[in-house]
Design a protein around this ligand. Structure first.
Ligand code: KIV
Ligand code: ZN
Length: 513
């Protein structure tokens, strides 16, 4: 049984299949760089056939990272494989992930294919892809509702055709630890040529068993675990990779596995994924939740004061959580800011530092105390700032008409013809009025499907972060912005979402389902 467990992260692909989540290129690259610092072995960067935009994202991710192998997902057809070849074929340290469903339910109800057709199609596709890639992962979608002998047949055939990794996803989160253990043991025992193949598990969390099932697979002979940071993904999500990493480390005495994960990066990575996707981390979430290391009851507090090990099985610092500290004062210079980023473990490019420093000065004028979270938010806002915008929010004013109605006046710069457009809107509250004014200024009728606001650090004058989701006919997107003035942040987030909406072409989720 292999000791080394490979971590395959699919936050940028299965994670992006979370309802309402869609990531742009800068965001994917930013997350990928964090995944690299975390020590992820394989990054699945997207689904190339979905759109030229997604194909470009996959390439950009592969060009940005150097250590992890980057793969693109393809259905079992030549067009999808060609799309991955176009994105990654000429780059080193890349590979392809091809999938086809094997279960009777999927074969009969979704694909309309016989067993033989599934074997033939999988085998032909793997053979075709082997002309372009050395690393070829093949997934038997819905493997946990597939016949065991059939899984062995498909596996044997794709191994002969050149597959180097075999993945057995629990696509619908149906299996149990005992059953998944037996599945891996059976396949390992009954598939010729499997000895030199990396075996992978991929668990969805529909019944809350994703961690248990993944661990069961690793103990039964799998050497790769797939999942998403914070456990996002289709429906109830994928296994949370930070939980697997923390579990293998904390219970190394029992599991005896090695990983390449740098646990101290977990806090930063999970916060970034949560901020970019707009999916809040529940306070009681294992390892990364705000309460994961909090002790409320008197008995527990007393124990922890006497000796932390009474109620803490791992240290918050071991997964990268530290107490938030005040940073630099108003008069600090650019170098001091850069040094603070260094200490926090963030590398800042010179061209970004200039802009961040300007924002920092503006912030220092408006906010009494600046915390580490504040400067990290400035950095993340700058590095993921969309540079190809159509519209830029300029300014706004609001009138209270009576205590129930508001009127907003907005100015938006239309970058396509360099004009400034004005809009007026009335609504039940200031945000409603502003969003109507923006719609009017751009002659659009956008549906707001979600609006969230968070404070970045402490205090009444904290920076507010607004996250919105919008829809127009059959296209959807999301936007976010930070500002000490939450009304401004609301307007900027809405414009950000409209800019992204204009570039949405195909819905990735519809293609994969
Ligand atoms: O859950 C699943 O089956 C998948 C495949 C595409 C690997 O995500
Ligand atoms: Zn999946």
């Amino acid at each position: 049984m292999g000791k080394r467990v490979y971590f395959f992260d699919t936050t940028l692909r299965d994670g992006e299949q979370t309802p309402g989540v869609s990531l742009n290129q800068l965001e994917k690259v930013e997350i990928a760089l964090r995944l690299e610092a975390l020590g992820i072995d394989v990054i699945e960067a997207g689904f190339a056939a979905a759109s030229p935009g997604d194909a470009a994202c996959i390439r950009a991710v592969a060009q940005a990272v150097s250590k992890p192998l980057v793969v693109g997902l393809a259905r079992a057809n030549k067009e999808d494989i060609d799309a991955v070849v176009q994105s990654l074929g000429d780059l080193d340290n890349t590979g392809i992930h091809i999938f086809l469903a094997t279960s009777p339910i999927h074969r009969q109800k979704k694909l309309g294919m016989t067993k033989q057709e599934v074997i033939d199609s999988s085998t032909e596709c793997v053979a075709y892809a082997s002309q372009f890639f050395k690393h070829i992962q093949f997934s038997c979608e819905d493997s946990t509702r597939s016949e065991l002998d059939f899984l062995c047949e498909v596996s044997e055939s794709v191994i002969k055709a050149g597959a180097t990794v075999l993945n057995f996803p629990d696509t619908v989160g149906y299996t149990t630890p005992e059953e998944y253990t037996k599945q891996f043991e059976y396949i390992i025992k009954n598939t010729k040529g499997i000895e030199n193949i990396r075996l992978s598990c991929h668990c969805h969390n529909d019944l809350g068993l994703a961690v248990s099932n993944s661990i069961a697979a690793l103990m039964a002979g799998a050497t790769q675990v797939e999942g998403c940071i914070t456990g996002i993904g289709e429906r109830a999500g994928n296994v949370a990779l930070e939980e697997i990493a923390a579990l293998l480390e904390t219970r190394k005495d029992y599991y005896q596995k090695e990983t390449g994960i740098n646990l101290k990066e977990i806090a930063k990575t999970s916060k970034l994924v949560s901020r970019i996707t707009g999916i809040a981390i529940p306070p009681n979430k294992a390892v990364i939740g705000a309460n994961a290391f909090a002790h409320a009851s008197g008995i527990h507090q007393d124990g922890v004061i006497k000796d932390k090990s009474t109620y803490e099985i791992m240290k918050p610092e071991s997964v990268g959580f530290t107490d938030s500290k005040l940073v630099l004062g108003k008069l600090s210079g650019r170098n001091a800011l850069k040094k603070r980023f260094d200490v926090l473990g963030y590398t800042v490019a010179d061209e970004n530092l200039k802009q961040i420093f300007e924002k920092y000065k503006e912030l220092a004028d408006r906010k009494k105390e600046i915390f580490e979270e504040d400067i990290i938010a400035l950095l993340e806002a700058e590095t993921s700032k969309d540079k190809n915008t159509n519209y830029i929010f300029k300014d706004l004013s609001i009138q209270v008409l009576n205590n129930k109605q508001y009127r907003a006046f907005v100015h938006v710069i239309n970058e396509m013809d360099n004009s400034i457009v004005e809009g007026i809107g009335e609504g039940n509250g200031p945000i409603d009025a502003i969003y109507k004014a923006i719609d009017n200024s751009l002659n659009k009728n956008i549906e707001l499907t979600d609006y969230k606001i968070n404070s970045i650090s402490k205090g009444k004058d904290s920076i507010g972060e607004v996250f919105v989701k919008v829809k127009e006919t059959n296209k959807a997107s999301q936007g976010r912005a930070i500002n000490v003035d939450i009304i401004m942040a609301s307007a900027e987030a809405y414009i950000d979402a409209i800019n992204r909406l204009m570039r949405v072409t195909t819905d990735v989720k519809m293609l994969i389902e």
